[in-house]
Design a protein around this ligand. Structure first.
Ligand code: ADP
Length: 403
């Protein structure tokens, strides 16, 4: 079965065509600058053939027409007929409380997704545009929605509620939802597959550390806590997001700087985090270079703060789960930075967690156990693959319907 995975953002569409028979990525690419000047499509076929097409791509539907066009093209394409696409899997950011798993998309499901727009006004509308466009362009092909929030719907109420008046939860659905769920689910399951252990009996902590970063406690196969909250701003320090912050400080800054909610939102989402502290960059490679090669003190502080926050969350999730069996690192930083992993894992021997330095050092972007064989807690690096997880869910849902 060939599945097209779409991730529609506000001005971009990422796509992958995956042949689920052998998990081959037949083609991958991105349409960028939708609705802006200089829009283009960048495409790569499995044999390495690349294409870059420029054009006026004013809407998502046009972007998807470009994608289907390049997939069919004689020179760069991977299929001869659109009928070869058996199903489409869409990444959808927010499923609110309506979706606790991936779903086959029907008009009823779309109506529910539209109700979730309020919760993710920047993300859900472009996700929906991709769905509407596909209904128009490939009306007979089944479509599946895979939500970033769904995996975390198993969190117990004492974990997802905020201690604010309960009426605000009832009125506006203010609670913690969590994000990156597809990634946390993928890497935690994959870790258990690699270790050959039963997913439903393990206590797992997954650290997704990329530009966005979040950490999840998974007990017996279920997310029981995660660091992102009502929005993806809560929790860990990120490239440009502050993570946890005293609301009192937010109010004080807004008063003193005389800024409204919009500017405050930009301040804490776009100018904070690693970028705000270091003043160097939001990119951890540049910050590591500044800290270790140029002795930049603020860059070093940003790294120390980032790692300390991750460590604190790991500790709290171990307490919440009553132990830990597996700790997984993923995301650009988690997969690639041995320095971050080493610093986070320092002084955890008391937990029965010992790292094999030789395995951790220089290890990038590969599936690997980096703890010592005798370590009670298995520590692993598992590169995330949200698209494969979306394709897998799509395959499962579409196959079960055919039975
Ligand atoms: P996104 O959340 O946008 O998907 P990624 O998961 O790609 O982000 O992560 C981006 C982060 O990963 C950046 O901070 C980048 O510097 C970091 N990263 C990527 N490769 C390396 C590397 N080799 N060493 C350290 N950090 C890296």
């Amino acid at each position: 079965m060939k599945i097209l995975v779409l991730n529609c953002g506000s001005s971009s569409i990422k796509y992958k065509l995956i042949n689920m028979a052998n998990k081959e990525v037949m083609a991958t690419g991105v349409v960028e600058k939708i609705g802006l000047k200089g829009s283009f499509l960048k495409h790569k076929r499995s044999d390495g053939t690349k294409a870059q097409l420029e054009g006026e791509i004013l809407e998502h539907q046009v972007g998807i027409e470009y994608i289907l066009g390049v997939l069919l093209s004689e020179k760069y394409g991977s299929i001869k007929d659109l009928e070869e696409i058996d199903a489409v899997g869409h990444r959808v950011v927010h499923g609110g409380e309506a979706f606790n798993s991936s779903v086959f998309i029907t008009d009823e499901v779309i109506a529910k997704m539209e109700e979730c727009i309020d919760l993710a006004p920047l993300h859900n509308p472009p996700n929906l545009k991709g769905i509407y466009a596909m209904q128009e362009l490939l009306p007979n092909v089944p479509q599946v929605g895979v939500f970033d929030t769904a995996f975390h719907q198993t969190m117990p109420d004492y974990s997802y509620m905020y201690a604010i008046p309960y009426s605000l939860y009832e009125k506006y659905s203010i609670r913690r939802y969590g994000f990156h769920g597809t990634s946390h689910r993928y890497v935690s399951k994959r870790a258990c597959d690699i270790l050959g252990v039963d997913y439903t009996t393990q206590k797992i902590i997954t650290c997704h550390m990329g530009n966005g970063a979040s950490i999840t406690a998974i007990k017996n196969g279920k997310s029981m806590d995660t660091s992102m909250g009502f929005t993806p701003l809560e929790g860990l320090i990120m490239g440009t997001r502050s993570g946890d912050l005293d609301i009192g400080a937010v109010n004080y800054i807004m008063d003193r700087e005389n800024i409204g909610t919009r500017s405050a939102n930009t301040l804490f989402n776009k100018h904070s985090g690693l970028l705000g502290i270091s003043g160097v960059s939001s990119d951890s490679r540049e910050i590591e270079d500044a800290a270790y090669k140029n002795n930049n003190k603020r860059a070093l502080l940003a790294i120390e703060m980032f790692n300390y926050r991750v460590k604190k969350y790991i500790g709290s999730y171990i307490a919440a789960m009553g132990g830990i069996d597996i700790l997984v690192f993923t995301g650009g930083i988690g997969e690639n930075s041995d320095q971050h992993r080493e610093d986070i894992l320092k002084d955890m021997e008391y937990l029965g967690l010992t790292i094999d330095k030789a395995k951790n050092d220089g290890m990038r972007g590969k599936e690997m156990v980096i703890s010592k064989p005798e370590s009670k807690v298995k520590v692993m690096v598992v590169p995330t693959d949200e698209e494969l997880m979306i394709a897998q869910d799509t395959l499962n849902i579409v196959s079960s319907m055919k039975k």
